[in-house]
Design a protein around this ligand. Structure first.
Ligand SMILES: [Fe+2]
Ligand SMILES: [Fe+2]
Length: 465
């Protein structure tokens, strides 16, 4: 572990001078980007952050106060498996690829660039949030997520620089040039151009959109291209905390809302009504579903065949790794109706991965509904049908109600405000966002967490302002 190098790493960077030089050239541009687009107003504050210092399951992280620009972004891969094999597809059982397979070079670069682009995008989306934090605990969690997304960008840039030569370096530069929501140079995926300017958005984003990341990374962690698999495995370790922030954050909002419901009118009491929470769920869940790509996809078939992108827990969950002789049935729109269509399983792997994601999201909903139950409420939150409000794939261009029934565009527009946040909803939520920065204090619209971070109490001074 070369922890005190200019670029901390466990990939023996010092022995690859060319790569080291390339990354050291990229580093100042990254720091410039961070200063320009990272959390606004807090760059010089000390934040109690965890820093990755190892990749082992024990003690991989170190907690201390650090100013964010001094965070030790580094390159950490899970250790190589000397006997690693391609775990699925047409090359099943052959030695894992240590270099990029030539015929899939462009496709693989695209996968890495698309994943890499989401990392700085989310930092940009969230850069104003610190100013309205509901507590120091939440402020610290926001910054933890932000610096780790920065590190994930490093992880992808390492692959681009290390395995793709010139065009990889160009792509690494472009990752610092696009800007979330900028009409001229937007981020690649739509969910990452949506504003994330209040904390309800932030919690929904980390719950639903970071969770898409978990499933993409899990599929890539199965990859026969070993450097990618090893990179993604370690990113998943960090990603778990981001989903924890979203999952528990929304759970705490739900708890506070339930408490206020017992006292009177939630709006009058300055809480977030359940129907607004539901609309935020509908919004971020549907946008996050789009991130999995089309239901029927020849790319997904090609990537699986080549051994580049597997299924979720391919090794643990499946005994048959070719997926060549099975079919998958899904509903598609045909002649204005929903009809079943059978497609080769390999072409349906985006949808299979999306299905795993939906199951995982349902567990989150069950946790929030348990909060409602425990607070004595009969109301429940739910996930919209996956066909609802889609912009990518088979259901894009059609309109569905929240239960997934095909409806007309007119009906959708008529009922849009029942299902998706209105301008008024967003303005109301924003009106609640005032900073609470006294240690141990919390905003009125959210309940405190059940515990602090790493054994520290909620009252701990997580950020020194
Ligand atoms: Fe990430
Ligand atoms: Fe994340």
């Amino acid at each position: 572990m070369n922890l005190y190098d200019r670029i901390p790493n466990n990939v023996n960077l010092a022995e690859d001078k060319k790569l080291q030089r390339a990354l050291e050239k990229w580093l100042p541009n990254y720091i410039d980007w961070w200063r320009e687009m990272g959390p606004e107003g807090f760059q010089e504050k000390e934040v109690w952050l965890r820093t990755a210092v190892d990749v082992g399951s024990e003690g991989w992280a170190h907690f201390d106060y650090v100013k964010m620009p001094d965070y030790r972004w580094g390159i950490f891969l899970e250790p190589a498996q000397p006997e690693a094999k391609v775990g699925f597809g047409d090359n099943y059982g052959r030695p894992a690829y240590q270099e990029v397979p030539g015929e899939f070079r462009n496709a693989l670069r695209r996968i890495i660039v698309t994943q890499g682009d989401t990392e700085p995008a989310s930092v940009e989306q969230q850069r104003q949030l610190g100013k309205t934090c509901p507590s120091l605990y939440d402020l610290r969690n926001l910054f933890q997520v932000n610096v780790e997304e920065g590190r994930h960008l490093w992880a992808m840039v390492y692959l681009l620089h290390g395995y793709f030569g010139r065009d990889g370096r160009d792509e690494a530069d472009a990752l610092l040039e696009r800007r979330s929501g900028n009409p001229d140079k937007p981020r690649i995926l739509e969910a990452f151009n949506q504003p994330c300017d209040d904390w309800l958005n932030f919690f929904a984003f980390t719950m639903f959109t970071d969770r898409d990341g978990k499933y993409q990374l899990s599929a890539l962690a199965e990859s026969g291209f070993e450097p990618l698999a090893r990179t993604c495995k370690f990113m998943l370790t960090e990603e778990a905390h981001h989903m924890f922030v979203g999952d528990t954050g929304l759970g705490r909002v739900v708890r506070r809302t339930a408490q206020l419901m017992k006292e009177g009118d939630v709006l009058e009491l300055g809480g977030i009504p359940l129907d607004i929470i539901q609309k935020y769920i509908n919004f971020w869940f549907s946008y996050s579903l789009d991130l999995f790509g089309g239901e029927i996809s020849s790319n997904s078939a090609d990537f699986f065949a080549a051994g580049l992108k597997g299924r979720y827990k391919e090794q643990e969950q499946y005994t048959e790794h070719s997926a060549a002789n099975e079919n998958f049935t899904m509903l598609v729109v045909e002649d204005g109706q929903l009809k079943p269509r059978e497609v080769p399983l390999r072409n349906a792997l985006n949808e299979v991965l999306r299905g795993e994601y939906v199951k995982d999201c349902e567990k989150g909903l069950a946790r929030w509904n348990k909060v409602l139950h425990d607070e004595g409420m009969s109301e429940r939150l739910f996930l919209p049908n996956p066909r609802f409000h889609r912009h990518v794939g088979e259901y894009a261009g059609h309109h569905f109600d929240i239960e997934g029934n095909l409806i007309t565009k007119e009906e959708f527009e008529r009922r849009r405000s029942e299902w998706l946040p209105t301008l008024e909803d967003r303005e109301y939520v924003r009106s609640l966002m005032h900073p609470v920065v006294e240690p141990g204090k919390i905003a009125n619209w959210i309940a405190p967490p059940a515990a602090g971070i790493k054994g520290k109490p909620f009252e701990f001074e997580y950020v020194r302002l």
